[in-house]
Design a protein around this ligand. Structure first.
Ligand SMILES: NC(=O)C1=CN([C@@H]2O[C@H](COP(=O)(O)OP(=O)(O)OC[C@H]3O[C@@H](n4cnc5c(N)ncnc54)[C@H](OP(=O)(O)O)[C@@H]3O)[C@@H](O)[C@H]2O)C=CC1
Ligand SMILES: O=C(O)CCC(=O)C(=O)O
Ligand SMILES: [Mg+2]
Length: 432
């Protein structure tokens, strides 16, 4: 039996478990939730109502989520004097699947990101962010319906891991001295006034992420996985990510994939025509194309040629940039869901792509769509697809009736602008 230092045990529900790779979901699973900072309480309240209504409607009361509040961020600090109490990690480890609102990270000083800490502590190495279009959502591009991509962002490494030394500190002096004296580095432009950030990227970290992306592509009949990297400049981190990605595909998925690495080798040995033919045949036989793109041009091409991108596997920072940019194409960050998953342990935290949007905190105005859709990803993860479908139905109808929150209303002709809580009610009403 789990023991908490400060939290009370859940009063109802049962544990979700993972045995031999199979998840067992009881009818009343305990699901820890973190409300979040800023707009978190508004969007979480709306999302919880929508998810409960969908489950109730889909299963007539037979299934029900036993929500269990755990704490992080400002609420945790105010109640327990800690930003991320150990009990929160214990609870998520114990109950496997959790959902959270956004948490604030100060810029340039103060605490490090609690969002990143949760991903690192639980080793949630895959940040999965599907980007798809819902009919009627206002978009800045001509063909938003062509956007149907799923980003697999490595979630534990890269410059995002937070290994940084502040300019003028004793630590940074040591690091710079080491680099200059032991490693012969003479390229630090202003060594006296530099901060230093370190970017670890490993073969294991890359391969488990790319494996998750390829597995997803196979399970969901996707056509390609694009490895997005800046390997021309950062050869041994981003370049290695590309090479390890191809290596994994060729070693572990030879039957299911064809890579641009293979294409290049055939081209070199037998010419372009032979390489084109080999690729065509592989794709015609249903193999998934594993290709790559350098991050800067990828950011342009997801916009100009969206139908050439399907599943994307990328490093932590590229994935962060790419997820907000892609969200814009299909109507913005108000409907951009995500999941942080470790496919081995089964631990998963579902969360929106956006942050706390502090200027709207407590105003009940922002779009709860991202957390609602993150909840839908969670329902799908639990196998509760009937409930997930109901939320999609309610959301699609609310958008097509043009009864929407401010972010959509400001771009839609003839829209009725509703509050965050009212949008939740609208979705529930439109579930049918
Ligand atoms: N996973 C997490 O918990 C994340 C946390 N953060 C943290 O959040 C804080 C604020 O970050 P910031 O850079 O301002 O980015 P935010 O994503 O919080 O907000 C930026 C803008 O996005 C729009 N937006 C955000 N959420 C919604 C929503 N639900 N509905 C409609 N529009 C929305 C608003 O645009 P507009 O002004 O046009 O209305 C808002 O001003 C920082 O501390 C950051 O570290 C950031 C990202 C992820
Ligand atoms: O942790 C944060 O504050 C920002 C995280 C973020 O932007 C993201 O995960 O997309
Ligand atoms: Mg981000």
């Amino acid at each position: 039996m789990v023991e908490f230092k400060q939290y009370e045990l859940p009063t109802s529900g049962e544990r979700i478990t993972l045995e031999n790779g199979t998840m067992n979901v009881p009818n009343h699973p305990i699901v820890p939730f973190i409300e979040g900072d800023g707009t978190g309480p508004d969007i979480w309240a709306s999302a919880q109502r929508v998810l409960d209504a969908a489950v109730e409607k889909a299963y007539g009361g037979e299934k029900k989520i036993a929500w269990y509040e755990v704490f992080a961020g400002e609420k945790a600090y105010n109640q327990f004097g800690e930003w991320l109490p150990a009990d929160t990690l214990t609870a998520i480890k114990e109950y496997l699947v959790a959902i959270k609102g956004p948490l604030t990270t100060p810029i340039g000083g103060g605490i490090r990101s609690l969002n990143v800490a949760l991903r690192q502590e639980l080793d949630l190495y895959s940040c999965v962010r599907p980007v798809r279009y819902f009919d009627g959502v206002p978009s800045p591009v001509k063909h938003p319906e062509q956007v149907d991509m799923v980003i697999f962002r490595e979630n534990t490494e890269d410059i995002y891991a937070g290994i940084e030394y502040q300019a003028f500190s004793d630590e940074v002096k040591k690091v710079i001295e080491f680099l200059q004296q032991e490693m012969g580095v003479n390229k630090i432009r202003f060594p006296e006034t530099s901060g230093i950030g370190i970017k670890p990227v490993s073969a294991e970290g890359t391969k488990r992420l790319v494996k998750a992306a390829i597995d997803y592509a196979i399970q969901h009949n996707r056509k390609s996985v694009t490895l997005v990297h800046k390997g021309n400049i950062m050869k041994f981190t981003e370049g290695a990510f590309k090479n390890w990605g191809y290596e994994l595909a060729e070693q572990e998925y030879a039957e299911q994939t064809f890579t641009w690495g293979q294409y290049d080798r055939i081209k070199e040995e037998s010419g372009e025509e032979a390489a084109n033919k080999a690729q065509e045949e592989a794709l015609a036989s249903g193999k998934i194309l594993i290709k790559d793109a350098i991050a800067d041009i990828a950011l342009q091409q997801v916009l100009t040629r969206p139908n050439e991108f399907d599943v994307i596997a990328t490093l932590n920072l590229n994935g962060d940039y790419l997820s907000d940019a892609l969200a814009a194409q299909v109507g913005g960050i108000g409907i951009a869901p995500g999941a942080n998953i470790n496919y081995q342990t089964g631990h998963a935290i579902f969360e929106a792509t956006h942050g706390t949007a502090p200027k709207y905190a407590g105003k009940d105005v922002v779009n709860p769509g991202s957390v609602i859709l993150s909840g839908v990803l969670m329902l799908e993860h639990l196998g509760w697809t009937e409930a997930a479908e109901l939320v999609y139905k309610g959301l699609e109808a609310s958008i097509s009736n043009k009864t929407v929150t401010y972010d959509f209303a400001r771009l839609m002709d003839g829209a009725t602008q509703v509050k965050c809580s009212e949008f939740g009610s609208e979705i529930i009403k439109n579930m049918g």
